[in-house]
Write a protein that binds this ligand. Structure first.
Ligand code: SF4
Length: 141
């Protein structure tokens, strides 16, 4: 079973209540080959919510609220879900402070990216999960 970012499958769970639909990813869910997860919602954050970005080990919202604990809780619950379904692969939304892999926004809210992982991806990689961005998945497909 694969685990995918819910927003990539068309769920309106993005901070602004929108989604990031990728047809190939929604098809995986429709074929019951993947389940969806939104780590930020699992961590207790509402929809809509303020945008947030990683600043070192912290995650701060655009108005300066420290939302690190919600991000960590979402990461922990996502890891538990991956363990429960014995996830073979995780396909997560690029650049997100939760779901981003290799590149994330730099904390200045100006669309600049830096090397790094989202909080959930960092934890999943530590536990040996194979994580792909949506573009990596499309290239492989
Ligand atoms: Fe999408 Fe992940 Fe952000 Fe949820 S936390 S909206 S799944 S990128």
């Amino acid at each position: 079973m694969k685990v995918v970012s819910a927003c990539l499958a068309g769920c309106n769970c993005k901070y602004n209540g929108d989604n990031c639909l990728i047809a190939e990813i929604k098809e995986l869910v429709d074929r019951h080959e993947a389940i969806t997860v939104c780590p930020e919602v699992l961590g207790g954050l509402p929809i809509p919510r303020e945008p947030a970005e990683r600043v070192g080990e912290q995650v701060l919202s655009i108005s300066g609220n420290d939302v690190t604990e919600a991000y960590r809780l979402g990461a922990k619950k996502t890891l538990e879900l991956c363990e429960e379904v014995k996830a073979t692969e995780v396909i997560f939304k690029s650049k997100s402070p939760s779901c981003g892999k290799s590149w994330i926004y730099d904390g200045n809210f100006n669309h600049t990216v830096v090397h790094g992982h989202g909080v959930t991806v960092e934890l999943l990689l530590k536990h040996g999960y194979r994580v792909l961005t949506e573009d990596e998945y499309k290239k492989e497909g």
